[in-house]
Design a protein around this ligand. Structure first.
Ligand code: ADP
Ligand code: MG
Ligand code: MG
Length: 883
């Protein structure tokens, strides 16, 4: 087996399509090298070594040592240096690189190969001892931190103390001798704390770092990240070892990161940040405020620090050219990392850039319009789930706002919540159903779970490419970063700015679109969608086969759904109409009446209300199909709780409160989910279904008149287990239809169908389809009943199940295609065998989940139905599934 792949000097053993073997970083370094771009030479130890390592009790293949030695010699030859040579040492970086970029992995170690001897050689060869010692102290810091697990803050304390003692403020104030002294103190500190000296042998250093990369594949952060992003453990990571180039050699050296297009807006303009005389991740770490790459961006930001375009014009021209080459080659927006050593540009990384949904849309549409990619590719490029970001509310511009500070608009959308200062706190409060804003000086990969749990993220340090900004954009969370005027005091649990102090638990609002930070809550507005949104959605509608409907019952939801392009209502839950203040009392009277007469009296009070609900729904949907489900939930959900409520209902029914309380007891259930609900209600109390059917038919007649369009209601019977139940309820509905036809003199066109949400119904679908005109898979209940797991009680063990790999994802979020999906397939086959034109849809939460939508396409359903805000997601997901 070949374990090691070299790159450099316009050639490489790898290429971009070898990502599985070389990891994303290694594959793209090889590709850039093949393209003849300036890449420091190096080699990649493949992901197969990682797999081997874990399969063999953390050991390496026997040949690896020799392979690495050969590759090091090859790299050394290209740069004219030798690894470990005391007089002319090759220094390298050790970089992890999984297939998918993973923030949980080991941090990069730079300047590896430096020790007390080689540092002198570097100092004299470069004629720049300050640079040599600065590099050495960075190496000690990084290596100790990431390989030896030695906390970073120890070094910071030493450095801060030294600066304070000598009256320095910036790192750049320190001279060669100062850094030499710092190195001495660092080494002493490590030896004191760890009980052994800092490793001096470059070979030990190298294998220590390689081992740390492989080890980090199984660290907690990486495991959590993999779980959140469904990355299989079996993939493994690669290790990249690469000759160092130095951005910290002086004023014609620099390091930076850039995007070939603006990752926030999608604007087609190079966008990035850099720092003069700096190394590695100084830019991202927010140690100094970075400078803009282009003049335009500098002006827009109002920065007084020169852009790269003016400070290093030749480098800028070259960089701009390479950015164009890479974007053209990969046919996608690229995220670039580079270093300038004494005026010479070196490329260190390229990958597809993370972007906001807004940017993703604009870039996809503009690239398709420019003929760089096809429309199908444009459709495939936008992550449907990310559209959610665009649909989020924004601050009402007319509202009063107590702005206490501002930072960079790092990830769009607005959010309000309680201030929390740690990721764990954020997670805890979220689990209590509270909304939080995570406030940090800066974030690191350890904060990911807290960022997930927050409504939004605020940092006081770092630029548009800082960790917080990048991760928040990826998650679609609003984020303001680098809000420098705001002071965070973790110990006191406060933030203060401009004389205002807020404490933990106070409500804070951030606007990730403008960068504003506001005390208190602010009213929000629904967003306006960009032209690109409409364009891409239009393209998507042109290729998808599945129809998209919405689950909606209120006029507001129905209108929202229609605006988002819903092609009908797939599920209207009538019970939601029963909770209205004016109606609940009649509902309670209906339930608690002891006889049919009492029930009918109460139902009569509800009829007019239901009729007008349905009429409005039909009118809003204006001829589009509307599926209405008969009353479904267990009756006890509507029952009165307080004595006052009981007394009120008792009075309405003309019975004593005591008698009513006793009657109420009869409705208690241990397992309401499996209890007296669904069609069981319509069978025991046919008058309920009759009232609903009458309301539906009368509303249809009225809406037909008012809209001038035919209304064909689809009446849906919930929770049946077989044909017999369905037929009983259908007979009642047909009876009511006849009566309404006679009364109104109008012929009614309607369909009666059923939910398939119990395993038995799925199995008996053939028989059911003899009389049912449509099926809607109620995959929430079908998942509960197939697994025997109650959604409401699953919280206690679902996490364990996911972490132990029993569930790859929560089956209530993404349909279990193997089990629940098999039942859907069986029901589809058996149903269509009997009734070839049987209309089939899905109306669980899954209808808005892209992976589940893909499954629905595969099975050949006619439509998916989801919550109104997920309609665009479903439209795009359906298009992608059809490609
Ligand atoms: P990450 O995956 O966290 O981005 P990288 O491996 O890309 O980590 O390294 C982070 C940064 O370290 C790079 O952006 C670059 O600035 C610096 N770096 C890595 N390798 C080298 C090298 N060989 N020479 C100079 N700088 C390097
Ligand atoms: Mg990088
Ligand atoms: Mg159900």
């Amino acid at each position: 087996t070949k374990w090691v792949y070299t790159f450099g000097d316009g050639a490489a053993e790898g290429a971009a399509d070898m990502r599985n073997l070389l990891g994303g970083k290694g594959a793209n370094l090889a590709e850039m090298s093949n393209l003849g771009l300036p890449v420091p030479p190096g080699f990649t130890i493949s992901t197969e070594v990682c797999t081997w390592y874990y399969a063999h009790g953390n050991a390496y293949p026997a040949e690896l040592k020799g392979n690495v030695e050969d590759a090091l010699a090859y790299v050394g030859k290209l740069v004219g240096k030798t690894f470990g040579d005391p007089a002319n040492p090759l220094l390298v970086s050790v970089r992890s690189g999984a297939r998918a970029s993973m923030p949980g992995m080991m941090d990069t170690v730079l300047n590896l190969g430096l020790n007390d001897v080689t540092v002198e050689a570097v100092a004299s060869a470069s004629g720049n001892p300050r640079f040599a010692y600065d590099s050495y102290r960075r190496f000690i810091q990084m290596y100790s931190n990431v390989v030896l697990d030695f906390p970073h803050h120890h070094f910071e304390e030493v450095l801060d103390g030294y600066k304070a003692d000598n009256g320095y403020t910036l790192d750049t104030d320190l001279s060669a001798d100062d850094w030499k002294e710092i190195v001495k103190r660092y080494k002493a500190l490590v030896e004191h704390e760890l009980g052994k000296p800092f490793p001096q042998d470059p070979q030990d250093q190298l294998w220590g770092a390689i081992g740390a990369v492989f080890g980090s594949w199984m660290n907690q952060r990486a495991i959590v990240y993999r779980r959140l992003h469904s990355i299989p453990e079996s993939w493994g990571t690669a290790v990249n070892v690469q000759a160092m180039v130095f951005g910290n050699m002086g004023d014609s050296s620099a390091t930076g990161v850039a995007f070939t297009r603006n990752p926030s807006t999608g604007e087609n303009a190079l966008y990035g940040e850099f720092l003069i005389n700096a190394q590695g991740e100084d830019v991202v770490a927010g140690i100094r405020t970075p400078q803009n790459i282009t003049e335009t961006a500098r002006k827009e930001a109002g920065s007084d620090k020169p852009s790269m375009e003016t400070a290093l014009p030749e480098v800028f021209t070259e960089f701009n050219r390479i950015a164009g080459v890479l974007e053209g080659h990969y046919r996608d927006m690229q995220d670039l990392e580079f270093t300038v050593e004494n005026g010479k540009l070196w490329m260190l990384q390229t990958r597809s850039g993370k972007r906001t949904a807004k940017a993703a849309l604009r870039i996809a549409v503009e690239m398709a319009d420019a003929g760089v990619i096809t429309r199908e590719e444009a459709i495939a490029r936008v992550d449907p789930a990310a559209l959610d970001q665009l649909l989020h509310p924004m601050l009402d511009p007319k509202a009063d706002k107590a702005v206490i500070g501002s930072g960079l608009p790092a990830s769009p959308g607005a959010a309000s919540g309680e201030i929390v200062f740690s990721a764990d706190e954020a997670e805890l409060l979220k689990s209590q159903g509270r909304k939080v804003i995570l406030v940090r000086i800066e974030t690191s990969p350890e904060d990911i779970h807290g960022m997930h749990a927050s409504q939004g993220i605020l940092t006081t340090r770092g630029g548009m490419t800082s960790h917080a900004a990048v991760v928040a954009r990826g998650m679609g969370k609003p984020c303001v970063c680098g809000a420098g005027t705001i002071r965070v005091d973790y110990a006191a649990g406060t933030i203060s700015s401009g004389g205002v102090t807020l404490k933990k638990g106070d409500i804070l609002t951030i606007d990730g679109g403008t960068g504003q930070v506001i005390a208190g809550a602010v009213p929000m507005l629904q967003p306006e969608l960009s032209g690109e949104f409409g364009t891409l959605m239009g393209w998507a509608d042109g290729v998808r086969r599945l129809k998209v409907r919405a689950n909606a019952e209120t006029p507001l939801d129905a209108r929202t759904a229609k605006n988002f392009g819903a092609e009908g209502i797939g599920l209207s839950r009538t019970e939601h109409m029963f909770f209205d203040a004016g109606r609940i009392r009649a509902v309670r009277e209906m339930i608690l009446a002891d006889d049919e007469k009492g029930r009918r009296a109460a139902l009569a009070k509800l009829l007019a209300a239901q009729r007008s609900d349905f009429q409005e729904l039909f009118e809003i949907m204006d001829g589009l199909p509307v599926t209405i489900r008969l009353l479904d939930p267990p009756l006890h959900e509507f029952l009165p709780h307080t004595d006052a409520e009981i007394a009120e209902v008792a009075e309405g029914l003309g019975v004593s409160a005591a008698k009513l309380a006793a009657r109420k007891k009869e409705f208690d259930e241990f397992n309401p989910m499996l209890g007296f609900r669904g069609c069981r209600l319509a069978i025991a109390f046919p008058e309920i279904a009759e009232m609903q059917a009458r309301a539906i038919f009368e509303a249809a007649v009225a809406a037909q008149k008012s809209t001038g369009k035919p209304v064909v209601p689809e009446i849906m019977v919930p929770l049946i287990t077989g044909k017999r139940e369905f037929d009983l309820v259908k007979a009642d509905i047909d009876g009511v239809a006849k009566k309404v036809e006679e009364e109104t003199g109008t012929r009614l066109d309607y369909q009666v169908g059923t939910m398939i949400e119990l395993p038995r119904a799925a199995l008996k679908a053939g028989e059911i389809a003899e009389t049912a005109e449509f099926f809607s898979y109620g995959t929430n209940d079908l998942t509960q009943t197939t697994y025997g797991i109650s959604r409401d009680d699953a919280g206690t063990f679902l996490g364990t199940y996911i972490s132990k790999g029993i569930f790859e994802v929560d089956p209530f979020v993404s349909i279990d295609t193997d089990g629940v999906g098999e039942l859907v397939k069986i029901a589809t086959e058996r149903g269509r065998a009997v009734r070839p034109k049987l209309k089939l849809g899905i109306c669980g939460e899954h209808g808005g989940d892209p992976a589940s939508v893909a499954f629905c396409e595969e099975v050949g359903l006619d439509y998916v139905s989801c919550s109104p805000f997920r309609v665009p997601i479903a439209r795009l997901a359906a298009a992608q599934a059809a490609l």
